[in-house]
Write a protein that binds this ligand. Structure first.
Ligand SMILES: [Zn+2]
Length: 211
């Protein structure tokens, strides 16, 4: 496997090994480390590095095949082509495009709200208020004031992941932390939560896209 390796020696105590989003290998080593020592270290991590490179490649492929502006998904089935396609979308500036997409996404928020109410009732939670939020780091949140916020970008995720995020936030009604008791509660309503958490990584680029 061909790979770019960048080695930085700096004032630090431990070795740091990372595979970047671009699939490059980054090693940060303490000044005292010899080059051969670093090579031995890299050789010992070969399997892990290759796995990470493949994973980053998969994430990039997934993101590049994705169109924010063409389809809105519900239950993993495209339910509509957005209006944005009917506009001269390509000619709009990036900023206007994202604004238009945001409006489009927000117009579907009721679907997320309805689903939250269905799951809350099914699991026996009561929710005071459900509102949309825009965040580039969070899919949802629950505050002690009783407000459950859901990122409106959720609407394009496959339905099982939407359910996972909603269930996760609902469980915060009973546990305002991520301690083991919290995860046991999540597992009760969403047994495959570990798999869902992993799959959420595929969509982190959606979260990071600012709109
Ligand atoms: Zn949480």
């Amino acid at each position: 496997m061909r790979m770019e390796i960048e080695i930085i020696k700096e004032k630090r105590k431990t070795l740091l090994l990372r595979v970047t989003k671009e699939g490059n290998v980054l090693v940060k080593a303490p000044l005292r480390y010899s080059d051969s020592g670093i090579q031995t270290f890299l050789a010992s991590k070969k399997g892990w590095i290759e796995k990470q490179i493949k994973r980053q490649q998969m994430l990039r492929d997934f993101a590049s095949g994705f169109h924010f502006d063409s389809l809105i998904y519900q239950n993993s089935i495209p339910i509509m082509e957005t209006k944005t396609l009917r506009l001269d979308f390509e000619k709009l500036s990036e900023k206007t495009r994202l604004k238009t997409i945001k409006k489009e996404y927000l117009s579907f928020f009721q679907i997320l709200k309805d689903r939250t109410l269905i799951l809350a009732q099914k699991f026996g939670f009561s929710v005071e208020k459900i509102s949309p939020c825009s965040s580039s780091v969070k899919w949802g949140s629950y505050s002690s004031t009783g407000e459950l916020k859901l990122n409106y970008k959720l609407i394009i995720l496959p339905s099982y992941l939407v359910d996972y995020v909603i269930t996760h936030e609902l469980c915060h009604i009973r546990h305002m932390n991520h301690k083991p008791q919290f995860w046991r509660e999540v597992e009760k309503y969403f047994p495959a939560y570990k798999r869902a958490r992993k799959d959420m990584n595929l969509y982190s680029f959606v979260l990071k896209t600012k709109f």
